[in-house]
Design a protein around this ligand. Structure first.
Ligand SMILES: [Zn+2]
Length: 54
């Protein structure tokens, strides 16, 4: 699965999230933003920003 941070374009490693599902939150370690998964379709993971972080 592939997830690119919408804020900093960092490619987030989803290996850390083996049980990722819609509604789960993922943190971008590059910019500290919190993203909530709102759709998963094959290899595409769509997220929305829930916390802008720093
Ligand atoms: Zn980021």
């Amino acid at each position: 699965m592939l997830l690119v941070c919408p804020e900093c374009k960092n490619q987030i490693d989803l290996v850390s999230y083996p049980d990722l599902e819609v509604g789960h939150v993922v943190e971008c370690e590059m910019c500290g933003i919190t993203l909530e998964v709102n759709n998963m379709d094959g290899d595409q993971v769509q997220v929305e920003i829930v916390d802008e972080g720093k």
